[in-house]
Design a protein around this ligand. Sequence first.
Ligand SMILES: C[S@@+](CC[C@H](N)C(=O)[O-])C[C@H]1O[C@@H](n2cnc3c(N)ncnc32)[C@H](O)[C@@H]1O
Length: 634
Amino acid sequence: MAATTEPTVDAHEGATQASKKKKAKKVVADNSRYLGAETVMPILVKSSHAKGRYVVSSKDLSAGTLVTVEKASGAIVRNQSFVNICHHCFKPVASKTQTRTKVDEQGNEVAGQTERVTVPAHSCDKCKMAAYCSEGCQKAHALEHDVQCDALAKSNAIAAEHRVPLEHLRSLLALIGRRFADDKNMPGEGVHYKYSGQDARPTPYSHALDLNPNRHYLDRNAIKSMQQALKDLLALVPEAARISLPEAVEAACIFNTNHHSLVVNGQQVLGLFPFSSLYFQHSCNPNCMYVGETDATLFIRTMTDLAANTELTIPYVELYQPREQRRRDLLMTRHFWCKCRRCSTLLSNSVDRLMDGIQCTECKRGVMIFEETKEVQDINELITDMSALDQEIQGKFAECEACPAKIEVTKLVDVLKAAITDYSEAHIALQRGEVTRARQLMEQYLRNYEDKQVLNPYNTYLVNTYISLIQVCSQLGEVDRAIRYNAIVIERMEGAQGATPENYPRVAEYHMSMGDMCLKQAKLKAANQTPAGRSMARKYFKDAKPALEKAFKARTAIYGKDSPRAYEVKRLLDEYKKEHDEFVKTTEKKKISKKQVAAAAAAATAATAAANTPPPAVMPAQTPAQQQPATSAA
Ligand SMILES: C[S@@+](CC[C@H](N)C(=O)[O-])C[C@H]1O[C@@H](n2cnc3c(N)ncnc32)[C@H](O)[C@@H]1O
């Protein structure tokens, strides 16, 4: 057989071995092409043998400081959002319905049959795969799109034929578009690239190739199918923009393992941000957060105040989860076993012991601790590990953190399995839309597992049950109850010290829903002129204020003070002030008039008494202003 440039699976295995060997040598990464970031952002780019690449703060930073703005090298609108937003600027697109020849699952036209479909008002006439909000955007995207167009047109059929995800093909084409546009826009080597605020340009394709493809985590057959699909796809890319098949496989794997999922204008987008992915390490107790809500631009801000020279980290996964769950999520999606400080701390010294905590059956005060020290290296091992779990825990004991009790780990697993089964039953009811039954099952769950002290109050199954109950009670119109559950969720998430960082967006959203619901209820109850109504209104006003203030503080730090999200809370805070002032004014008026009546009655009594007692002492009557000062209703 003639020599070929196509990597075979075996060649790939060889490469993996070589890269493992290379990894063992641990070459310190070269930061020179990324130094531009230091000139525009308050960060220093670093690399070391032990950590690889990372960034530190170049000076003291307050919470909410923008530390990176990066435009994606490649970004795609996800399949489910395909026709909803512009493929260039990611703003919503207008749509229209039209009749077209029916297309089967393989993307082939079915002769003689038609179907009505909703399509974007503007889209590429040729491939019908790229939607735009305007002709201007279509033109602006032409340089990148034209080289993808023929391949995009056939991408559905190629994905179906080789059984690979369509999004993997589209993301590779987006990178090819970027590479072609880079060559046209910034020809020549050694261009000094700036990761700057306002005038950020997409990170060049060549930087994406610095990322780790983690190919050895992918299934051999998946790689083989991907190679075949990419071969067909590349044949449709004009020669001027084409890359070699090995490079295409590499780039596809890079996108797959390093992309960020964003919700832009309410729609799903995947983007590859090489600088952020290379330099911001994951921590389960991070000090920064990334958001990308306006277009395919990633903004990273500090969540807390930081001293100069502090390593900046972001969360790659949800943080209010048990340690094992976070590590498994990272291994499945990011392909590494987390070694951050939180994960490396002994379970008995970490808040993580509570998040999948099972209470001691003897003392009911502490949780049972079983320190797992095993490091899982890859997904295959994880899968084997899962099935071997029952074997591994045989004969092992967990110890209570508060008393000398010990219990076999298999027994704890049985408790957990029962908790998971009951939890699933309640959530299946919710998914089926059986809201009342879901509420019954969830409240029963709390009685069985929290009231009977089976699970620790911070256990994620309990907290997630409260979270679902907020939704269920809101759907049932039981807002007072939803507020009570919302308050418990906040108390748990913030109470588990170290589980979520200050200004963590997920907690901020519970403050937001708390503030929003309390304000609505306060307005409703204030309209009810009874003393009970006023007392309830007073309580809800009192709860709304700190909730909205916390949501505002966190959203300002995470999304920026001029962001729509910060503005949304600001509006509610203004509304709170107006409504509360009005409430105080009317309730005080009532109080005053009541007091006037009382004062008049008192004066009358005094006058009667005076008439019956000897003169001359007469006290002047008090004016309302001389009576007690007005007290704040809240
Ligand atoms: C931030 S990049 C660093 C790139 C790479 N270290 C280098 O220098 O080119 C992401 C990679 O860093 C490693 N990493 C990041 N956070 C980690 C963590 N908490 N524990 C273990 N490895 C981590 C993983 O290998 C991950 O794929």
